[in-house]
Design a protein around this ligand. Structure first.
Ligand SMILES: [Zn+2]
Length: 764
């Protein structure tokens, strides 16, 4: 084995390497904090979080949940309209029955959007759309999601009311019905003549109640828009990776609608404290004022600047890649990613050719093993860690109240994997072959990603480029490789430890195997150094490995002992009265994550879930007990006509809510259903909305309004059937109060919240 005489001390002994690598990861964690916490200092815009909080306090009223169609939502809307009028605008409330056909959540909503226009100096110039939604989910008051965005847009409208006109108009749009299928945004995009004037959209959202307001989404052709953002916004938190990740996640905001309609723009959201998202406690007490400040700073910096800009000049077909480095946001053309990744690969190949002397085929063969063993070890260790981190403490899927012990335990596992492999391969092959193989893999991966999802390339591209160029320089200068290994390790640690923490909003401790796997790049680049250090000092290598195992075990023990839920990180628990045909009514306790067994026992609810057909058709599991019948009025379908033509049996009729709740039309699998129309608009068709969902439409905000529908089945079906269900507020009875009142403080209603679900079978 060749050893380098001139190599950094850090990489020569297992202890020095272990200590150095731990310090490096600690530094990376510190550097990644700005990406998980909202900036503490405002950005010098006229926006103040206190003003925002006062606007929210005004429009939220008594803080009751205000879902679309509720009296509370009418009241919130009236207060927004009153503020706009007081500021001198002429707001328009547009009432629409809007249907929207899409993959997730097709149906129709009776809704009311609010639009106020600040005209620009140029009547012909395109306008800015400044928008947020004002409706909430049924479970909570929706302060972060999205009255915070609403307050920012209102604050901007009020701030600009007395300012001289800008070049471009600003259209302030406060949408309704975002939470029930983006139908307010669809109503504006499809019906409002103002839509044709819009040149760029700014949407402000939330998927939590704290954290930085990230620019997490733009549209294709975003190169100039991202540069504009970089020029005008001071506290910039944005990563083109988030857009690539967001594209594959089952989340949507109003921005999706504008994007589908061909608009480009900016979508901001904060995502911290995700367990409060859509919960009863998404209230003013829990909204992080720094997040509210950051939201407003972004919009107050961007919207007026856009209003004075030549929007046509911002149009382009090229895309930007961007990421936050320790010194700030960098933006570069996405077209550079593939050539840069190729350059990294070429530099590595050239360095390997120069270093090939002394590297046997045997050494190269050994070096392939850690490539496969590292992810396998991480997955296995991560799976084992699921027990102390999530299964035994019964942790929720995301947003642990005390995440640091768990994070440290998983990071320790990465060191266990690297130092374990280092110890295993210490006498086998040559560490330099391990170095090159690991970096060939990473550079190859970065080239693949640069081609397939350019926005996601940075986290591998920059480390590969740094490692490749320093390896080549080291070889050309004096056969030196360790500096390249250390610089590459630092770059990988910076990107991947930060990612590991910030992706917690989608990958929690119950997914510890997948989370540990995210640290595979770190293990790949640390293993060659661990091999080099352990080769002349095996005993020290063993002790370093043992220290990481002990550190991981202690962290995991702390994580297991920490409470999985607190009042500020509650478990989602909904109480539901359930009434379906040919069955006794039941009380159901719904849990987000693992069930609360103490709550079930205290309320005489079976602790083993029972199967049932939710909405009449969908096989689900419930924790339930018998309920005293309340005989709630069911939704109704009144048939008016049946016609058979072209192999289709079309049934027309009128649906009505029984109690002003949300209606759902569902069909069994293989029901032979073909399409559904509501008041002449296509809501569902097999072609347009594929997938296994058996709910084919929801109707929201109807109140007492009847809806004429047409539903078609294959004509040869003798007796087509569908199911009509309605979910409304929970009736205030003694039984209901006992169930909701016994919910512990570390639990809170979430999403749909408490309610009554009445299912009816329709055989027209
Ligand atoms: Zn929202």
């Amino acid at each position: 084995m060749t050893t380098e005489t001139k190599s950094p001390a850090l990489a020569r002994s297992p202890f020095a390497l272990a200590l150095g690598a731990v310090l490096l990861v600690a530094l990376c964690l510190l550097l990644s904090l700005p990406q998980i916490e909202a900036p503490r200092t405002p950005a010098g815009t006229p926006w103040r979080a206190e003003t925002g909080a006062a606007i929210i306090a005004d429009i939220v009223g008594d803080g009751a949940p205000h879902p679309t169609g509720s009296a509370a939502n009418d009241a919130v809307r009236a207060r927004i309209v009153a503020r706009l009028r007081a500021a001198g605008y002429a707001p328009v409330e547009s009432q629409l029955f809007q249907c929207f056909s899409r993959r997730r959540g097709s149906g129709c909503t009776q809704l009311t959007n609010i639009v106020a226009v600040r005209e620009g100096a140029s009547a012909k110039a395109p306008a800015i759309l400044a928008t947020a939604h004002y409706d909430s989910v049924p479970a909570g008051p929706g302060v972060a999601d999205d009255l915070a965005g609403t307050a920012v847009m209102l604050g901007l409208a009020e701030h600009l009311a007395t300012a001289p006109p800008s070049r471009n108009a600003i259209v302030f749009l406060f949408t309704d019905a975002e939470e029930t299928g983006l139908r307010g945004a669809a109503a504006f995009a499809q019906n409002d003549p103002l839509m044709s004037r819009i040149g760029v959209a700014i949407n402000v959202e939330a998927r939590g109640v704290s954290g930085p307001s990230m620019l997490f989404e733009t549209g294709p052709g975003n190169a100039n828009l991202v540069r504009f953002y970089a020029q005008h916004v001071r506290n910039k938190i944005a990563d083109s990776l988030s857009f690539e990740v967001y594209k594959i996640l089952p989340n949507d905001t109003d921005f999706s609608v504008y994007s589908l309609a061909g608009l480009n723009g900016y979508n901001f959201a904060f995502t911290g404290s995700a367990s409060l998202y859509h919960s009863l406690r998404d209230d003013l007490d829990h909204l992080d004022r720094n997040s509210l400040q950051h939201h407003g700073d972004n919009v107050f910096a961007l919207a007026p600047a856009l209003a004075d800009a030549d929007l046509a000049a911002l149009q382009t077909t090229s895309n930007a890649s961007y990421t936050v480095f320790p010194w700030g946001l960098s933006v570069w053309p996405s077209e550079w990613n593939a050539p840069l990744a190729a350059l990294a690969l070429i530099a590595l190949i050239a360095a390997a050719v120069l270093a090939r002397r002394g590297l046997t085929w045997r050494a190269w063969a050994w070096s392939l093993a850690p490539l496969i063993l590292a992810p396998a070890a991480l997955f296995a260790l991560g799976w084992l860690a699921t027990y102390p981190l999530a299964i035994w403490p019964g942790a929720q899927s995301i947003d642990h109240p005390a995440p640091w012990p768990g994070r440290l335990a998983l990071l320790a596992l990465a060191f266990v994997a690297a130092f374990g492999l280092g110890r295993l391969f210490a006498g086998r092959g040559d560490w330099r072959a391990h170095f090159f193989t690991a970096w060939f893999a990473l550079a190859g991966l970065s080239l693949t990603i640069a081609i397939l999802a350019p926005g996601a390339a940075a986290s591998l591209l920059f480390p590969a480029l740094l490692a490749g160029l320093t390896a080549l320089a080291g070889q050309l200068w004096r056969n030196m490789l360790r500096p390249a290994a250390l610089i590459g390790l630092a770059a990988i640690a910076y990107f991947w430890v930060g990612l590991f923490v910030s992706l917690e909003v989608v990958l929690g401790f119950p997914e510890s195997a997948a989370r540990a796997l995210m640290l595979a790049p770190l293990v790949w680049v640390l293993t060659p150094l661990a091999i080099a250090a352990a080769a002349p000092a095996r005993r020290a290598g063993t002790i370093a490995l043992a220290a990481f195992i002990a550190g991981g075990a202690v962290s995991a023990a702390f994580a297991a002992a920490a409470p999985a839920y607190t009042a500020d990180r509650p478990r989602g628990v909904n109480v539901e009265y359930y009434q379906a045909p040919e069955a006794e009514p039941h009380w159901i306790a719904h849990f987000m994550g693992p069930p609360d067994r103490a709550y079930l026992a205290a309320n005489d609810i079976a602790t083993t879930p029972q199967p049932y057909d939710r909405y009449g058709v969908a096989a689900a599991q419930r924790y339930a007990r018998a309920a005293t019948p309340l005989d709630l009025a069911p939704p109704t379908f009144e048939r008016t006509n049946v016609s058979i033509a072209n192999g289709e049996r079309a049934i027309s009729g009128v649906v009505r809510a029984g109690r002003g709740g949300v209606l759902r039309v569902a069909v069994a699998e293989n029901s032979g259903v073909l399409w559904l129309r509501a008041e002449g608009q296509e809501v569902w068709s097999r072609e347009r909305v594929a997938g296994g969902a058996r709910t084919i439409a929801t109707f929201v905000g109807l109140g007492e309004r009847p809806v004429a529908i047409e539903i078609a089945f294959e004509a040869q079906r003798p007796a087509p059937t569908f199911w009509l269900s309605e979910r409304s507020a929970l009736p205030d009875t003694e039984e209901a109060r006992a169930l909701t009142g016994s919910r512990p403080p570390e639990a809170a209603p979430i999403h749909d919240g408490d309610g009554a679900l009445v299912v009816t079978r329709i055989t027209p």
